[in-house]
Design a protein around this ligand. Structure first.
Ligand SMILES: Cc1cc2nc3c(=O)[nH]c(=O)nc-3n(C[C@H](O)[C@H](O)[C@H](O)COP(=O)(O)OP(=O)(O)OC[C@H]3O[C@@H](n4cnc5c(N)ncnc54)[C@H](O)[C@@H]3O)c2cc1C
Length: 387
C-alpha cells in the first residue's frame, strides 16, 4: 500500500524472490511510481520533467496490478481487508505498508500564496513555476531538502536566504563540524545563511511578501519554502491495531528487523517504517537506498527465502552545487568527528563512537568514501582507519 519507491521495490523483489501470487500495488498519486531525489535537483532546475521509475509495460510483464489515484483509508486486520477511499475494499494475505512521509508544515503559513513544501511532483512543479532570475526566496530549514533547494535556486540565479534554528545546517544529522563546512559552501555560493534563527511570521495579504525572523529582522521575499522535516503517513492506520511509534520518537510503523509489524501478516517498508536495527532500537530511515535494501529483506521474509547474513552498510547522498555529499555508515551528531581532509570546499570526515569507526562522510570525494565500506561492515577501531 503506497506506490512510491519502497512499494515498487517490494513488488519487484517479491517477483524476484519467486512469489507467484497476486501482487496489487495501490497508490494515491496519479502517476506511475516515480523517483523523488531529482525533485529538489534536476526537476526544480527545469532539467527534467518526469522521473518515472518503471514504464507501464513493466507492471504488465511482472504481473503487478498497479492501481493509482486511490488512497487506502483503513485496515481491518482481523478480516484481512484494506478499505479504499472509493468505498471498495481489497482482501490480502500479506499487507505491506509503504505510505512514506508528508512534509511538516507551519500552522497558518499555507494561507498565503507563494508558500511551498516539497515531497511530490506537483509540489515541485508549483515551486518551479515561481522561480525566475532575481526572485527572492526564503528557505526555512537547512536540512537536506532545504540545502538542496538553496543550491538549485542559486543555479537559477534566485536570491536565497536560508534560515535554520540550529547552529549549522544539518547539525542534527552530521554534527556541527561538518554542518559548518556545508554552511561555508552555501555562503561561498551567495546564499545568505542565517543559523540560530527561526521564522516568527509571514507578511502579506493574499501572497507572501516578507517574513519576520526571530532575531527581529524582516526579509522581503517572493516565495517561501518550508523544509522543516516530514511526518510518517500513518493516519489511515489509526484503530487498526498496528503498533505505531510515538510522534515524539519520530512516529512510523514499528516493525522487527525484517519489517514484520506486531501483526503477523502486516509489514512496513521505506520511510514510514521504524525497523529494529542492530542496536535493538526501532527507528525510521528517510533515505533512498534504505527503501531498496529493506524491500529485498522483506520480500525474502515473505516468501520464506534465506536472508543473507552480514551487515548492510547504510548509505545516503545529497547533491548540492558540484558537490555530492555522501555518508556511509551511521553518522550521529553525538559522534566524535575527525576531519581528515578539507580543501576549503571538498572534505572527508571519519566518525567515531567509543573508539569505533561508525561512518565516513565526504563532500566531493566519492571514491574515498566508498572504499571504506568493508571497514564499516564490521566493528573497526577508529585508530585502524586514521593510521
Ligand atoms: C525532494 C526529495 C529529495 C530527496 N533526495 C534524496 C537524496 O538525494 N538522497 C537520498 O538518499 N534520499 C533522498 N530523498 C528520500 C527518498 O526519496 C525517500 O527515502 C524515498 O522516496 C522513500 O520511498 P517510500 O516509498 O518509503 O516513500 P514515498 O516515496 O513517499 O512513497 C510513498 C507513496 O505512498 C503514497 N501514499 C501515502 N498515503 C497513501 C494512502 N493512504 N494510500 C495510498 N497511497 C498512499 C504517497 O503518495 C507516495 O506515493 C529525497 C526525498 C525528497 C522528497
Amino acid at each position: 500500500m503506497g506506490a512510491g519507491l519502497a512499494g515498487l521495490r517490494t513488488a519487484e523483489e517479491l517477483r524476484r524472490a519467486g512469489f507467484d501470487g497476486e501482487v496489487v500495488l495501490i497508490g494515491n498519486e496519479n502517476h506511475l511510481p516515480y523517483d523523488r531525489p531529482p525533485l529538489s535537483k534536476e526537476v526544480i532546475r527545469g532539467e527534467k520533467d518526469q522521473t518515472t521509475l518503471k514504464p507501464a509495460e513493466f507492471f504488465d510483464d511482472k504481473q503487478i496490478d498497479l492501481r493509482t489515484g486511490v488512497a487506502a483509508t483503513g485496515v481491518d486486520a482481523a478480516a484481512k481487508k484494506v478499505r479504499l477511499e472509493d468505498g471498495s475494499s481489497i482482501d490480502f494475505d500479506d499487507l505491506i505498508i509503504a505510505t512514506g512521509l508528508r512534509p511538516r508544515r507551519i500552522p497558518g503559513f499555507d494561507d498565503l500564496a507563494g508558500v511551498h513544501v516539497l515531497r511530490s511532483m506537483e509540489e515541485a512543479m508549483a515551486m518551479r513555476a515561481e522561480l525566475r532570475e532575481g526572485a527572492r526566496a526564503l528557505v526555512v530549514g537547512a536540512g537536506f531538502i532545504g540545502c538542496e533547494l538553496a543550491a538549485s535556486f542559486r543555479a537559477l540565479r534566485v536570491h536565497v536566504v536560508l534560515v535554520e534554528p540550529q547552529p549549522t545546517p544539518l547539525a542534527s544529522v552530521l554534527g556541527e563540524k561538518i554542518g559548518g563546512l556545508i554552511a561555508r559552501m552555501h555562503t561561498d555560493e551567495g546564499v545568505d545563511v542565517r543559523c540560530g534563527v527561526g521564522v516568527e511570521s509571514l507578511v502579506g495579504e493574499d501572497r507572501v511578501r516578507a517574513a519576520k525572523l526571530s532575531d527581529g529582522s524582516e526579509v522581503d521575499l517572493d516565495l517561501v519554502v518550508v523544509g522543516i522535516g516530514s511526518v510518517p503517513v500513518t493516519d489511515w492506520l489509526v484503530d487498526s491495531g498496528i503498533e505505531l511509534a510515538e510522534p515524539s520518537a519520530g512516529g512510523g510503523v514499528l516493525a522487527d528487523e525484517r519489517g514484520r509489524t506486531n501483526i503477523d501478516s502486516i509489514w512496513a517498508v521505506g520511510d514510514v517504517a521504524a525497523w529494529t536495527h542492530t542496536t535493538g532500537k526501532q527507528k525510521r530511515v528517510e533515505h533512498w537506498t534504505n527503501a531498496g535494501d529493506q524491500a529485498r529483506v522483506l520480500a525474502k521474509a515473505i516468501v520464506g527465502a534465506e536472508i543473507p547474513s552480514g551487515a548492510n552498510v547504510p548509505y545516503f547522498w545529497s547533491d548540492q552545487y558540484d558537490i555530492k555529499i555522501q555518508a556511509l555508515g551511521t553518522p550521529s551528531a553525538d559522534d566524535t568527528v575527525h576531519l581528515v581532509e578539507d580543501d576549503g570546499r571538498r572534505f572527508l570526515a571519519y566518525y567515531e563512537r567509543d573508539g569505533v569507526f561508525t561512518a565516513v562522510v565526504g563532500g566531493g570525494v566519492p571514491s574515498k568514501v566508498m572504499k571504506l565500506r568493508a571497514k564499516l561492515a564490521t566493528p573497526t577501531p577508529i585508530a585502524d582507519v586514521l593510521s
